[in-house]
Design a protein around this ligand. Structure first.
Ligand code: MN
Length: 231
């Protein structure tokens, strides 16, 4: 195939214990999926329907090994959000909650890096969140663990430290909308495809990082990621 311009690189993730890599299609992200985080964002954590935003595939950074991301432009409030990431292996639409986990290839630890000042400005003006959320290299993701190897975690500690100091600490059993419910709900609006990722939302404790900071995130059973912020 001859392309008229250079073709984009397909982002991929490392799969634990396997030679093959996971090709990233789309990145769906759940907003305000832990009550304590909804409250710290100034919103009531009632169980209204989940809502989603997206990141481009070029947001994904393979953080299977210690990685670094550049401090992004046009922000003075660059935030970390530690999240459970779900990788879709089998596509589908109108997926039942009871069937949803069959569509999961695996799980990983990820960061939904956010230009919080741009996100809140957009939110308060009723504008899209793209400039706050959907920029290149804004989703470092660790090693992907296959569900057939690690099962489907429903309770596990999730935590983030910055420069060795605790920032976020919770448990994925506090997700307002479970992995199954997120998959089922999303699949009604958009047919899921192999390679899609779902970032399931962050617990409380989001805060800013600056150049030179080192973030260490972990979810019990899914390992750790280490991501530093470069100039
Ligand atoms: Mn998030």
């Amino acid at each position: 195939m001859d392309y008229a311009v250079p073709a984009p690189v397909l982002p991929t993730l490392t799969v634990a214990g396997r030679g093959e890599r996971f090709p990233v299609n789309r990145v769906f992200c759940v907003g305000r999926n832990y009550a304590a985080h909804a409250r710290e964002m100034g919103k009531d954590p009632d169980r209204e329907a989940p809502f989603f935003f997206m990141k481009p595939a070029n947001a994904v950074v393979d953080a299977a090994r210690p990685a670094s991301v550049p401090y992004p432009p046009k922000t003075a409030n660059y935030h970390h959000e530690i999240e459970l990431v779900v990788a879709i292996g089998q596509g589908g639409r109108d997926i039942a909650v009871a069937d949803a986990l069959k569509h999961v290839y695996g799980y990983a630890v990820g960061l939904d890096m956010t230009r919080r000042d741009l996100q809140l400005e957009a939110r308060d003006k009723g504008r899209p969140w793209e400039f706050g959320k959907s920029f290149a290299l804004s989703a470092p993701i660790g090693v992907l663990h296959r569900a057939q190897d690690v099962g489907h975690p429903s309770a596990a500690s999730i935590a983030l430290m910055v420069n060795g100091q605790p920032r976020q600490s919770s448990d994925i059993d506090k997700l307002i909308w479970s992995v199954s419910e997120c998959i089922a709900y999303l699949s009604v609006y958009e047919a899921l495809e192999p390679g899609d990722l779902i970032m399931t939302g962050t617990p409380e404790g989001v805060n800013a990082v600056v150049r030179g900071d080192v973030m260490q995130g972990a979810i019990a059973g899914l390992g750790e990621i280490q991501v530093s912020v470069s100039a």
